[in-house]
Design a protein around this ligand. Structure first.
Ligand SMILES: [Zn+2]
Length: 163
């Protein structure tokens, strides 16, 4: 995806206050490596390790949209074996984390949230492009739709946050 500017990101949040969006920190390096292969951007706030962010690119149906996520506070709730709900692999080196997004607007302010397990390094787009091993290829020759499926899942997640 095209990497948005920090100010474009800050104004694209749908579930965060203006002051929290202003306090968002970007990871280094920015823009991230291999940005052209990323279907979405995601990162843990380098200055606030229990906050993370996910941004999807402008597409026919969407403007740039940013979601604030909360990470588990207790290491016991982190699971190394859990399948990521977005790329549907357990392959992130540090596993997947349950990330919880307050819903946009009044619902979020009253405590309504949406949660997903997401690779802790947010590299789902790279995993969805990993060459398939011989035993993973379809015996019937069905096309590899991992990237399309990932885009659908991340878009559906953002739509649920938006309400
Ligand atoms: Zn993933």
């Amino acid at each position: 995806m095209d990497v948005p500017t920090p100010s474009a990101l800050r104004s694209a949040f749908i579930n965060s206050s203006r002051s929290k969006a202003a306090s968002m920190s970007l990871p280094k390096p920015w823009p991230p490596a291999r940005a052209d292969e990323l279907d979405f951007l995601g990162w843990i706030d380098p200055k606030a390790p229990q906050r993370a962010y996910l941004a999807i690119a402008p597409a026919p149906l969407h403007d740039l949209t940013c979601v604030e996520l909360r990470l588990p506070s207790s290491p016991a709730r982190r699971s190394k074996q859990t399948m990521c709900d977005l790329c549907q692999t357990p392959d992130a080196p540090d596993g997947s984390l349950l990330m919880v997004a307050p819903r946009a607007g009044a619902r979020g302010r009253s405590g309504d949230t949406v949660g997903l397990y997401i690779c802790s390094d947010f590299a789902c787009s790279i995993r969805a492009r990993r060459p398939l091993k011989a035993h993973e290829r379809s015996v019937t020759g069905a096309p590899d739709t991992r990237v399309e499926a990932l885009v659908e899942r991340v878009t559906a997640f953002v739509d649920r946050v938006r309400g």
